[in-house]
Design a protein around this ligand. Structure first.
Ligand code: KG4
Ligand code: ZN
Length: 336
């Protein structure tokens, strides 16, 4: 019988310090996340220097918790997988250095993981992949459609030309004076409003799977300024609902068209914005009458965590990937 593969994952690319232990890339044994959201809230966004300091303070505690909760001995752990990029370089470095120190001290293989591969593999902790697979990635830094024909293989078929979906959510939330992170706030507010304001949809060229959200963001600003100049007030819940409808209509339509065109066997959604209730509902409606299964991770697996990094690292481990102790953090890393 094949031995289980047990991977320790580490993630520090943005504002969550996380460590997790995952079995065979599919089963979470422990998953510890220390969020810094409260520390960044008063600045309205993530402050890189503060993020790095918190990672330094939290890293060993989170690692100890993840190992203790998993109740595994070090000799059962096959390798250490860590997010090497993309993300905030000072934040990434804390995780990469912790992983390197552990790999050296415990004599374990070290594997660098792309953050987005992690988001994709969060889905595999709940549902086995069926290829070809289409992944819609919607996070604070990324909006992409990725085709996967096999494990660890990523073909970019569309991406944002300007802002990421999460970034647009956060910016519009700031205009509405909602606290950081804005995505979940807009999501909640949108449920109380009606989408009665028309905002543009950036369809781009007919055959394009690319996205664009900066025009929408400007349209929201203009609408609010114009209303203020006329002494009118727009209902914030209606702005949130109308903005959200514009975002999810384009995301859903392009995902659906790509899924049909590439004849995929599964569609998965990944990244923080995958937690959006409006997006989840709309995609479900779109795919319910098709033969294509659709999967979203549980809410705690949509946002940054280390179980997803361990899950993606498991595939790399099985494919024989090993990094040296010269592994470095990379703020801009492409997914290959
Ligand atoms: O994947 P993630 O945790 O970090 C990055 O890798 O970027 O995504 C964070 C993003 C933020 O922009 C946040 O506002 C957004 O995901 N987000 C949401 C929701 N929950 C988180 N956006 C819309 N609706 C949500 N429910
Ligand atoms: Zn992320």
């Amino acid at each position: 019988m094949k031995k289980d593969t047990i991977i320790l994952g580490i993630e520090t690319s943005c504002d969550e310090t996380a460590a997790a232990v995952v079995k065979n890339g599919t089963e979470i044994i422990s998953n510890v996340v220390a969020s810094q959201i409260e520390s960044h809230k008063r600045f309205g966004g993530v402050v890189p220097e503060i993020a790095s300091r918190h990672h330094v303070e939290q890293m060993t505690v989170v690692l100890e918790d993840a190992i203790n909760e998993a109740d595994v001995a070090w000799d059962e752990i096959d390798a250490i997988a860590v997010t090497e990029g993309p993300g905030l370089v000072g934040a990434l470095l804390v995780g990469v250095n912790a992983a390197k120190a552990l790999a050296f001290a415990k004599q374990k293989p070290l594997i660098g993981v792309h953050h987005i591969a992690g988001h994709i593999y969060a889905n595999r902790l709940e549902k086995e992949f069926a290829f070809p697979l289409l992944a819609l990635i919607v996070s604070g830094g990324h909006t992409e459609l990725i085709l996967m024909k096999e494990h660890g293989h990523y073909e970019l078929i569309g991406q944002t030309r300007d802002d990421a979906a999460g970034e647009a959510y956060d910016k519009v939330a700031r205009m509405l004076k909602l606290p950081y992170p804005g995505g979940p706030q807009i999501d909640r507010l949108a449920a109380k409003g009606s989408a009665n304001i028309h905002f543009p949809r950036a369809w781009l060229e007919d055959d394009s799977f690319d996205f664009s959200f900066s025009g929408l963001k400007s349209a929201v600003i203009n609408k609010m300024h114009n209303a203020a100049q006329r002494g009118e007030t727009l209902e914030p819940a209606d702005i949130a609902a109308s903005f959200q409808e514009s975002v999810i209509e384009v995301l859903t339509a392009k995902t659906y068209r790509a899924a049909a065109m590439y004849e995929v066997k599964q569609v998965i959604v990944a990244g923080g914005v995958a937690a959006n209730r409006g997006l989840r509902d709309k995609l479900k409606q779109q795919f319910i009458n098709t033969a294509i299964p659709l999967h979203f991770p549980a809410l705690n697996l949509c946002t940054d965590n280390a179980a997803m990094i361990a899950a993606a690292g498991t595939i790399l481990y099985e494919q024989g990937r090993r990094d040296g102790l010269d592994l470095n953090a990379s703020a801009k890393l492409t997914l290959k």
